[in-house]
Design a protein around this ligand. Structure first.
Ligand SMILES: Cc1cc2nc3c(=O)[nH]c(=O)nc-3n(C[C@H](O)[C@H](O)[C@H](O)COP(=O)(O)O)c2cc1C
Length: 214
């Protein structure tokens, strides 16, 4: 059983967790890093396959190469937008990779647990979904530790494989920038920038059949 105070703490982490783009350079104590990675490692996973690995990167040389890969993709994405507002947002993420004291590449190994992982037989992408659960656990734990995290997913996977020596069958699912920040957003940054707002929950809940609202 959770006490009322414990319940409040869980919801506080859920509601205050934010995607962050600017970081201070101060180092993160290694025991805190281990705690948030252990939180990730306690995520649910299909067939208990635990498909994740965590590549912890602190050297400027590798962070700069990752930032280069993300910047290359940012420039490629620019053709999809009329203005440059969108890619300017992504530019902040590229800078974030360089600023943050740590980048963590979270990978997913679809072969872990053999060819017939329970549950994954039917829906193969459940391995990536399991890894996403690990990332969310880590995000909530980081938030509770006063750390800021940013999720970067614009890059070509093969660029990241080349830079980090990741074998071809392993998916680099996320680059996570992590550190302390002086600019912790109270709302999603894309909401503050009037890009998108949170949808109304009641419009997303259907009853009995798709589309049927009370
Ligand atoms: C799967 C996933 C991929 C994401 N990739 C990017 C990304 O490539 N670039 C970026 O700026 N933000 C990325 N984000 C962060 C989202 O933009 C952010 O979560 C969203 O705007 C909501 O804001 P909040 O996390 O502060 O609630 C990603 C988030 C998720 C869950």
């Amino acid at each position: 059983m959770f006490t009322d105070q414990e319940k409040e703490a869980i919801y506080k982490a859920i509601y205050t967790r934010r995607d962050v783009r600017t970081f201070r350079p101060d180092p993160i104590p290694s025991e805190i890093i281990l705690k948030i990675l252990d939180a990730a490692h306690h995520a649910p996973s299909v067939g208990f396959m635990q498909p994740w690995n965590f590549i912890v990167i602190s050297t400027d040389e590798i962070k700069n190469r990752l930032a280069w890969a993300a910047d290359k993709e940012r420039r490629a994405l620019a053709i999809h937008y009329e203005g440059d507002r969108e890619t300017q947002f992504l530019q902040l993420k590229v800078e974030g990779i360089k600023q943050a004291p740590l980048t963590i590449c979270i990978t997913c190994d679809p072969t872990r647990g053999g060819s017939h992982v329970l549950g994954r037989n039917s829906i193969p992408e459940t391995d990536s979904l399991s890894t996403a659960c690990a990332i969310q656990n880590m995000w909530l734990a980081a938030c509770a530790e006063g750390l800021a995290m940013g999720w970067v997913s614009f890059y070509k996977k093969n660029d990241i494989r080349d830079i980090l020596d990741i074998p071809p069958h392993i998916d680099p699912l996320a680059l996570i920038s992590i550190g302390y920040t002086d600019h912790y957003p109270i709302k999603p940054i894309l909401e503050s920038a009037n890009w998108e707002k949170r949808l109304m929950l009641h419009e997303l809940i259907f009853h009995e059949k798709w589309g049927s609202q009370k």
